[in-house]
Design a protein around this ligand. Sequence first.
Ligand code: ZN
Length: 196
Amino acid sequence: MILPILAYGDPILNKRAQEIDEQFPELEKLIGDMFETMYEANGVGLAAPQIGKSIRLFVVDASPFTESDEDEEDGEVDERAVGLEDFRKVFINPAMLEEFGEKWSFREGCLSIPKIREDVSRNEKIKISWYDEEFVRHEEEFSGYAARVIQHEYDHLEGVLFTERISPFRRRLIKGKLNDITRGKVDVDYKMRFPR
Ligand code: ZN
C-alpha cells in the first residue's frame, strides 16, 4: 500500500523518533508499505517519520547510484557507488556510533522536500549499529553513497532535515519555496500530505 509522504512543515518531521520492539503491530506490513512508497516516489531512502510514524525505522535502496548514464565516458568508475547493486536494507533502532573520514559535499534531495536539492557536507564514513527486520543486531561501517543515504535517513529519526545542514544564506534563498511546499503549492507525481 502506498502511503502519503509528509511534506516539509509537518511537526512530526522535527521530532526525535522513538525506539520500537519486536511486538510493534504489523511491522512487516509497515516495512513492505514503506519500500513500496519509496519506489513509487523514486527515492533511495524513506524514514518512518516521513509517513507519519515517529518511530526509529528507515528503509534504503541505494542501487540506483550504480546505474550509470549511457553517455557517460567509458571506464569511469564511481568509487562511491561500488558494491551498492544490492544495497536494500531495513534499519530498526539504529545508533550512529561514529562519523569519520573526510567531509564531502553532495546535492541531497528529500521526498518530503520535493524539487529542492542542496549541497550538504558530511563525513564520508560512518559506523552504525541497528536491528534488521528479523530483529538481528548488526554493527558495520559504510562509506560513499551508502553512508550518505544512511546519514540522511538517520537525521530524519533525530528530527533533522537536510535544509538545517545548509548555510543560513542558502536557507534564506529557498525559504519561499519551502513555504510553498508546506502550503501544498508544489507539483509532485507521488502522494503527499501537506500540513496546511
Ligand atoms: Zn529525507
